[in-house]
Design a protein around this ligand. Structure first.
Ligand SMILES: [Zn+2]
Length: 309
């Protein structure tokens, strides 16, 4: 081989190697994503929206369980032990989480209460119903995420916690939050447009999960099957609900996929009201995989049921 050909050959190898090797050499060493545990799926979605590839999120509840009566599994303890951050709603929603954190016993775990700063609504017992003052949650109703304005506050707590735990990606976290909140605003506008022509906005709820949602979108919860989250209603309470639905001509009962459909169906049979099954947890029903999907699904299904009634 003539020497100039040999030089060209070697040169080509060097360039070829260089083209392959340079991007690898310049790329930052891959960092392990942050291990994060959240209590309910809405927090998983919000965390993944902000954290992208830099987080690995485990939700203790999958979307099918009841958040008030959940019993942690052994695998939950392992997940909490591996986590750097734990995001909860707070307000007494996850009564089962403090013993889990205690049992995990990891000193570096940071628990973040994402409802901090949200103005709470009190559960008022229905006048004339079977509910008593003792049935109200003294701290306020915990289902704050059902209002997108509150979800925004929760996301801000999540973003702050991610930046504190992983300041190297602060720019990405802030940008992801900003782009998500634009999408949320857009959806809220679309949903409000849909609701402008809705005449009857009253419904009976299954458990007291809907006051924040109803206030934000202009619906009216006029009665609740479970006077207190996680407790079954008395026969007396059901009788008074049936009488109310008939007297006030309430057309819609909102049930939830996480709860038994027996009582809503009974109410429908007794009164002719229509049952619409919604979800308070993303992933509970098809087309509710993300928080935005769930919000859209709940508002449109309820509006359609009220229109059709
Ligand atoms: Zn609930």
């Amino acid at each position: 081989m003539p020497s100039f050909q040999l030089v060209r050959f070697l040169w080509a190898i060097l360039i070829g190697y260089g083209l392959l090797a340079t991007p690898l050499a310049l790329a930052a060493p891959p960092t392990e994503p942050l291990n994060i545990v959240v209590t309910i799926p809405v927090l998983k979605d919000l965390t993944e929206q902000v954290g992208g590839p830099y987080v690995r999120v485990t939700s203790l509840l999958s979307g099918y369980e009841n958040e008030h009566t959940y019993a942690p599994k052994p695998s939950d303890l392992i997940a909490v032990r591996k986590a750097k951050l734990l995001f909860e709603v707070g307000i007494g929603l996850e009564v089962w989480v403090s013993s889990l954190v205690k049992n995990a016993g990891s000193p570096s775990l940071r628990v973040v209460t994402t409802s901090k700063g949200i103005a709470l609504l009190r559960d008022r017992s229905d006048h004339g119903g079977a509910a008593h003052a003792a049935d109200t949650n003294e701290r306020g109703n915990p289902h704050v995420w059902m209002d997108p304005e509150n979800a925004t506050t929760m996301m801000r707590h999540i973003t702050e916690a991610l930046i504190r735990a992983d300041p190297a990606h602060a720019t990405e976290y802030r940008a992801n939050q900003a782009s998500y909140l634009r999408k949320l605003d857009q959806l809220r506008g679309d949903l409000n447009d849909r609701l402008t022509r809705l005449a009857d906005r009253r419904f009976i709820s299954h458990h007291p999960a809907w006051p924040y949602f109803a206030r934000r979108f202009g619906f009216q919860v006029v009665g609740t099957i479970q006077p207190q989250s996680g407790s079954e209603p008395s026969a007396l309470h059901l009788h008074s609900l049936i009488a109310k639905i008939k007297k006030d001509r309430i057309k819609v009962v909102v049930s939830e996929i996480q709860l038994s459909q027996k009582i809503p169906e009974l109410l429908a049979k007794e009164t002719g009201a229509r049952v619409v099954v919604l979800t308070t947890l993303p992933g509970g029903l098809p087309h509710t995989e993300t928080y935005l999907d769930m919000l859209r699904y709940n508002v449109l299904q309820l509006a359609n049921a009220l229109d059709a009634a």
